[in-house]
Design a protein around this ligand. Structure first.
Ligand code: UDP
Length: 364
């Protein structure tokens, strides 16, 4: 029997877990890989919730989350903890998804150990190091030391080629979040249509802290004042910058439900039940078009232009008038609403993880 190749998958946050679950499953069910899961636990609770829900066992837990730790402190603690794991496991590859400190730290630790790094969701760019910060910097730096670039879309692959990356190292796979979404939707009961129109809101990005978030919340209040049949559901991120303002500005309104971050399955149900989604999240921009839900993106830039070009999303930033106007249009103009329900998502068909596993195995 041929020896299985060890592949280390590192995960730090909830969205990384959502996007790595199908890759871990594909590797674990393959006939060539031994998959070792390392949780940096850059975020603790939301990561555990996700891994528990999908039944993913963690082989090494670095338990790195600490209150108010800076990015430098986080990375300074991560690298010496990853090094002995890599030494002990002697992996054929180390894989991580996205653009957090966990991803950059993993790529750097692999580079130091001369282990090839596989970057899931490679090639997303705004070309603005401040938007989003620190993600744009982390993903650009990771690309410099990546062996397998798993680009979710042709556009992401083009971004990488324009930076001089060898096209033979780029694999267009689709986005693994669509794999997770499709598997989850298949397990959920059919949702009933609701007479009350719900706007699902998620807003927690660092760039929106302070005035932009206050403006977004003001726009939500304006929309509700103009539309008595509309309600808002807002799972509030645990970050205190978001919690305090959300409770203060939105907490008393009878048609606004503020809740804890939802379990992923419940969040998928909330997306299915939503009429419109207002979000500054990256993953939600990718998931919503597959569920035929129009998305208004609460950011100045996006690294997901594919949804904009396909007509499924619109950038509205944090401008009160623009947000109000675009939501009003979606609520009042049915043809416009339908035009944002696109036939096929530009982010993949649900088979990204197998494509990633196949590309890795072909190179062993
Ligand atoms: N999500 C969730 N519960 C929530 C809000 C979001 O499970 O209450 C999921 C969502 O479906 C998406 C991911 O979390 O897959 C997005 O995470 P986040 O917005 O934190 O990060 P980003 O995608 O911007 O990196």
């Amino acid at each position: 029997m041929t020896k299985l190749k060890t592949i280390i998958c590192t995960i730090g946050t909830r969205p990384e877990a959502i996007k790595m679950v199908p890759v871990i499953r594909a590797l674990k069910t393959s006939n060539w890989a031994r998959c070792v899961v390392v949780a940096t636990a850059q975020h603790r609770e939301m990561l555990d919730q996700m891994l528990g829900r999908f039944g993913i066992a963690v082989d090494y837990d670095l338990d790195l989350m600490q209150p108010n730790q800076s990015l430098s402190q986080l990375l300074a603690r991560m690298l010496p903890k990853l090094e002995p794991i890599i030494e002990q496991e002697r992996p054929a590859a180390l894989i991580a998804q996205g653009d957090t400190a966990t991803v950059f730290g993993s790529a750097l630790a692999a580079f130091h150990a001369q282990v090839p790094f596989g970057h899931v969701e490679a090639g997303l760019r705004t070309h603005n190091l401040a938007h989003p910060f620190p993600e744009e910097g982390y993903r650009q730096m990771a690309s410099r030391i990546t062996h397998w670039h798993f680009a979710p879309t042709p556009q992401a692959a083009e971004n990488l080629k324009s930076e001089g990356i060898n096209p033979s190292r780029i694999f267009i796979t689709g986005n693994t979040c669509i794999d997770t979404l499709f598997q989850t939707v298949a397990e959920l009961p059919q949702q009933k249509t609701n007479a009350t129109k719900t706007i699902l809101l998620t807003a927690h990005r660092r760039e929106n802290f302070g005035q932009p978030l206050a403006d977004i919340f003001t726009a939500v209040l304006h929309i509700l004042a103009q539309h008595p049949q509309v309600q808002v559901l807002y799972p509030v991120h645990p970050n205190p910058n978001v919690q305090e303002l959300a409770r203060h500005v939105l907490g008393q309104h009878e048609r606004i439900t503020l809740c804890e971050p939802l379990d992923y399955f419940d969040f998928v149900v909330a997306m299915q039940n939503a009429h419109i989604i207002l979000t500054d999240s990256g993953g939600v921009q990718e998931e919503a078009p597959s569920l035929k839900k129009p998305v208004l993106v609460l950011r100045e830039t996006t690294e997901r232009p594919e949804a904009l070009e396909a007509g499924a999303s619109k950038l509205v930033g944090s401008n009160i008038a623009v947000i109000t106007q675009e939501v009003n249009r979606l609520l009042e103009d049915e043809a416009h609403y339908r035009s944002m329900q696109i036939k096929q998502s530009p982010f993949g068909n649900g088979h990204a993880a197998v494509a990633i596993s196949n590309a890795l195995s072909a190179d062993q």
